[in-house]
Ligand binder design. Structure first.
Ligand code: HEM
Length: 443
């Protein structure tokens, strides 16, 4: 990354940039698509500022460049939550601290020297090879979920895609992998759903209360499961993570570097928030793309080798994550914008996948396009560690549906998307799963 002062004549502080609201973006999936349709087809400012005066980065090449700049780090826990007590091993969080203590164990809140060893530990368990090894678990869960839905399919009834399909698939997958009990899998699905307001741009008091309850329940289930598994043995993944964690010789702090998770339960709780929540959003969003393009699933039945590409293309079109924050570890001037150490950046990763400079005709679902330059999973040092596992979960479910000659079609009521959100997440998405008609394959 090179700091550039030559591309534009004036150095502008971010709070002097045009507000993103003036271009119709207030959060959520519908605003993302409307915003991208506007800024990528009309002459538009290169950067915006958000409601807090922070730089908003939305063009693919700027996202790539800034995302991988060494000066652009993570937002540490106290920048996110204000002053918080340091999480203590094996203790319940003080009142109101369940979310803060959970997220403080997320590597997305860490910077050097804490980030590298914890990231290496986790990503060593989540790479493409490990994801392939986990596909068997995903397949078993997918078949269970689809078996449960079979009577509903036969009766031609609608399903709630998030609840009946996406959450069951994703929570069932992690549940099996981590040794959760059946009632814990059901409970964690509810808790993760309650944690959705974590990604809202503005919070009502009732949202915060629900979020805190959800975080407390979610965290406790993973803490219990990890402790139980370590006590009884038999889960090599958790044992390897616990050993790896114990060998990290760092402490970290809450206001700059972030912390090393206090124990393996907290490592899992912190870093699987996206594993549970965002991966379920990914399943629902992929199903939405399939439901609204009736030709795709029959075409994939004829070309099962293209299912993986179809999932990535669906997640480009309906990216689960619209935007996330980063923080400057050092001063940086980029394309005439002066950023000071400590400044916050809003990275609109979801917009990067809809940028026609990199993805021509971005609104088209195109199985032939190159997905080089995809920003669905972020970029640079904090690139998502779940980028192999999450698509594998979605792919396995889609494959299992196609193998049964099932496809998904929209329900009677239109899909609503949650507004004011940093995710593209459905609020109501009802659909029917129907058998593919015999002639459809060649349609
Ligand atoms: C389709 C589902 C998912 C999407 C769209 C997604 C998206 C993202 C994005 C955009 C980032 C930020 C990257 C950056 O700032 O450069 C990120 C980071 C991260 N994701 Fe995901 N994610 C998904 C699933 C998962 C899963 C399944 C896991 C866990 C297994 C996971 C764990 C993480 C972690 C730990 C980070 C922080 C990495 C770091 O700070 O080094 N994500 N993800």
């Amino acid at each position: 990354m090179t700091s550039s002062t030559s591309a534009t004549p004036a150095i502008i502080p971010p709070d002097r940039l045009p507000p993103i609201e003036s271009h119709g973006f207030g959060g959520g999936r519908d605003d993302l698509h409307a915003f991208c349709a506007r800024v990528f087809t009309q002459p538009s400012p290169r950067f915006f500022r958000d409601a807090d005066g922070h730089l908003v980065v939305y063009r693919n090449r700027d996202l790539q460049a800034l995302g991988s700049a060494p000066e652009v780090g993570a937002v540490p826990p106290q920048s996110l939550f204000g002053p918080i007590p340091r999480p203590a091993a094996h203790s319940a969080p003080p009142p109101g601290m369940a979310l803060a203590w959970t997220i403080s164990n997320q590597i997305f809140t860490t910077n050097p020297p804490v980030h590298k060893p914890v990231r290496r530990l986790l990503s060593g368990e989540m790479g493409p090879r490990q994801a392939r090894d986990m596909a068997h678990t995903a397949q078993t869960v997918a078949e269970d979920v689809l078996d449960t839905l079979a009577p509903i399919v036969t009766a031609g009834q609608e399903i709630d895609v998030a609840r009946n399909l996406a959450n069951r698939m994703v929570c069932g997958f992690w549940g099996r992998l981590l040794g959760l009990l059946p009632d814990e899998i059901e409970a964690i699905a509810r808790h993760v759903h309650d944690m959705t307001p974590m990604f809202f741009l503005n919070h009502q008091p009732e949202d915060l209360a629900r979020l805190e309850r959800g975080a407390a329940g979610y965290r406790q289930i993973l803490a219990d499961a990890a402790a139980r598994t370590l006590a009884y043995g038999g889960n090599p993944l958790i044992e390897r993570l616990a050993q790896g964690l114990a060998s990290i010789d760092q402490q970290g702090d809450l206001d700059e570097t972030g912390i090393v998770p206090t124990d393996v339960g907290m490592l899992l709780a912190g870093n699987l928030v996206d594993g549970f929540h965002t991966a379920a959003v990914a399943v629902a969003n992929c199903m939405h793309v399939m439901a609204n393009r009736p030709e795709v699933m029959p075409a994939l039945q004829a070309r099962p080798d293209a299912i993986g590409q179809a999932v990535f293309e669906a997640l480009r079109l309906e990216p689960p994550v619209i935007m996330l924050k980063r923080r400057l570890l050092a001063d940086l001037t980029y394309q005439g914008i002066a950023l000071r150490k400590g400044a916050i950046l809003t990275m609109m990763w979801g917009a990067g996948g809809l940028d026609p400079d990199v993805f021509p005709e971005p609104g088209q679902f195109d199985l032939g396009r190159s997905l080089q330059g995809s920003t669905t999973f972020g970029g640079g040092t904090h690139l998502c560690i779940g980028r192999s596992v999450a698509p594998m979960i979605v792919r396995t479910l889609l494959k299992a549906m196609i193998a049964r000659s099932w496809r998904i079609v929209p329900g009677d009521s239109p899909t609503n998307w949650i507004g004011g959100h940093v995710m593209c997440q459905t609020e109501n998405f009802s659909a029917r799963i129907v058998p593919m008609a015999p002639g459809e394959l060649n349609a």
